[in-house]
Write a protein that binds this ligand. Structure first.
Ligand code: HEC
Length: 183
């Protein structure tokens, strides 16, 4: 890959050394504290509003690309595929956080959207219906994986299909855990 060619052996060695130092620091911190993974520093609300929304919008935006004249589907540049790959990979990181038992729903005092459950009610529901929550997260993971596979294959139609499935997951989990009254 282009980016790797520009790395000189010296800077590579330097990078390796700093990565190892960072790893030692991290493992040291774990050993010193507890065996539990660290409590997420983001809330569920922040994860949704910022990370998940942004990444899924990138995937859905693929549907807005116009085909060139005389072609039946758009031809994406490598940069566009890279953006999509980054978005799908970001989505793939989120299940680990969504399944963390200590994930806070929202910062204290954050207002609930009109017609939706309060943060406390969401937290209680998530804890009581853990298997349902985990199943929804698993479908999110599978559709993000399908998107990533389609993107790696440079398969435009399959990317759009994965985006559609992804949309269904957002909706189904929101109906169960965010505004169940509105079903
Ligand atoms: C596993 C369940 C689950 C999945 C899957 C899920 N969400 Fe959510 N989402 C929630 C819950 C619960 C809330 C309510 C949290 C809150 O705002 O208090 C929420 C809230 C949101 C919000 C409002 C955040 C705010 O500012 O209050 C947005 C935007 C959102 N989700 C986008 C998405 C998108 C886009 C997807 C799909 C790519 C998705 N969500 C998938 C559970 C889920």
């Amino acid at each position: 890959m282009k980016t790797f060619k520009s790395v000189t052996p010296v800077s590579l060695a330097h990078r390796l050394a700093s990565s190892i130092a960072a790893l030692l620091l991290i493992t040291g911190a774990f050993a010193a504290s507890t065996e539990e993974p660290p409590v997420p520093a983001v809330t569920l609300q922040q994860l949704m509003a910022i990370v998940i929304t942004d990444a899924s919008n990138q995937v859905w935006n693929a549907a807005l690309l116009e085909p060139a004249a005389g072609s039946d589907k758009p031809s994406l540049t490598e940069e566009q595929w890279a953006t999509l790959r980054s978005a799908a990979t970001t989505l793939l990181v989120t299940p680990t956080v969504l399944l963390h038992p200590s994930l806070a729903v929202a910062s204290p005092g954050a207002p609930a959207a009109e017609g939706s459950l309060s943060a406390a009610a969401i937290a209680e529901l998530r804890s009581n219906q853990w298997a349902v929550w985990a199943a929804q997260v698993s479908i999110l993971q599978q559709s993000a994986m399908a998107a990533l596979n389609a993107i790696e294959d440079r398969d435009y139609q399959a990317t759009l299909r994965a985006g559609d499935t992804l949309y269904g997951v957002c909706d189904s989990c929101h109906k169960l855990f965010w505004y169940p009254e509105g079903q």
